[in-house]
Design a protein around this ligand. Structure first.
Ligand code: TRP
Ligand code: SF4
Length: 333
């Protein structure tokens, strides 16, 4: 039995923030020790929604990959590359588009939801009536099939896409022979990471703590972050369950006794939110500084990230060419 392969991508539509780390990257880093992994920047996918102004996509590619490396992805273990550098993805996308019914794509809940959100803060001024956006899951399926991915670490929001990938894969195997495994979603239990305003941390809400933020900026964002609204005055008791800041304690503050102290202090008004935030910073800042140091040392040699990517693209392309050989033969093309 060949080793199970893990495949996943991330769109380069913004700078990475803490939500990205706890929601995805942390899982990727742990998977690289257990599986043969292919991780890539899905710049073509970013283009399906941001085609009107692609400058940001390009700017984010190298920066995102530098973050991945600083967070612990290891190019000796995982194959790290850019989707658009491996042109085979486009060919497989085209071939899969022949066997994908349009009705499957129109039924896709993520697609319908995004169209519904048009005009909202998330998708301001975007025109998504383009063919590429409808075909988004087909390209995603090509990404996974290309490396015969068996497991796909993704967030909850990607489950409908994975379901479509399974259907398209099944249809391919049925029509042309059993070549591909049916990919399974690997859902990590992502902790809740709220932004500074208490809503989900998201680039479109302007509430993010970015990985690239300096120590001072992180401190300032934490010190002004919203807390339990019940604690209007210092003497009002609160409840950590109603406090977005406490969600951050849960991921950063490893010492159980400190957590207990915070809970008690909050519910009895024994400590104020300012005290509580300082306690959080004691556990968060050392982690953040360690990351910043790693990132700085990576950026010292500007060609390092580029070398990782060209090496990764070469490795990915070798696999992609093998797969495309099989696909062309099976489809008699
Ligand atoms: N659609 C994914 C997202 O937005 C990104 C992605 C592109 C992807 N291709 C993929 C994820 C292949 C997993 C496998 O998060
Ligand atoms: Fe939140 Fe801490 Fe303030 Fe309680 S004391 S409301 S947990 S910041």
């Amino acid at each position: 039995m060949a080793k199970i392969r893990v495949v996943s991508g991330k769109r380069s539509t913004g700078e990475l923030h803490l939500g990205h780390y706890f929601g995805a990257l942390k899982t990727w880093v742990s998977l690289q020790d257990q599986y043969e992994c292919f991780f890539f920047v899905a710049d073509w996918h970013a283009l399906t929604t941001d085609y009107q102004d692609p400058t940001l996509i390009e700017k984010n590619v190298l920066s995102n990959v530098a973050d991945w490396l600083a967070l612990g992805l290891n190019p000796k273990k995982a194959t790290i590359f850019i989707q658009s550098h491996v042109k085979e993805h486009a060919e497989l996308f085209l071939l899969l588009s022949m066997i994908t019914p349009v009705s499957w794509l129109e039924r896709n809940p993520t697609y319908k939801e995004q169209l519904r959100q048009l005009g909202s803060a998330t998708l301001q001024n975007k025109d998504l009536s383009n063919f590429g956006f409808l075909g988004y899951p087909v390209l995603q399926t090509a990404d996974v099939m290309m490396y015969k991915g068996g497991k796909v670490p993704v967030g909850e929001d990607q489950v409908p896409h994975l379901e479509l990938s399974r259907e398209i894969t099944r249809r391919f195997n049925h029509l042309y022979g059993n070549i591909f495994p049916e990919p399974e979603a690997l859902l990590s239990e992502a902790p809740k990471i709220p932004g500074t305003d208490g809503r989900k941390m998201s680039n479109s809400y302007n509430n993010c703590i970015y990985l690239s933020d300096s120590k001072e900026v992180v401190t300032q964002k934490i010190m002004t972050m919203v807390t339990d609204p019940a604690r209007k005055r210092r003497q009002d008791p609160g409840n950590p369950k109603d406090c977005p800041l406490f969600d951050l304690h849960e991921v950063y503050t490893k010492d159980e006794s400190v957590i207990k102290e915070v809970e008690k202090g909050c519910t009895t008004a024994g400590i104020g939110c300012v005290d509580c935030k300082k306690i959080l910073l004691k556990s968060l800042l050392p982690w953040h500084e360690q990351y910043l140091e790693k990132r700085t040392s990576i950026m010292k040699k500007p060609s390092f990230v580029e070398d990782v990517l060209s090496e990764g693209s070469k490795k990915a392309q070798t696999e992609a060419q093998k797969t495309m050989g099989e696909v062309r033969k099976a489809m008699k093309i």
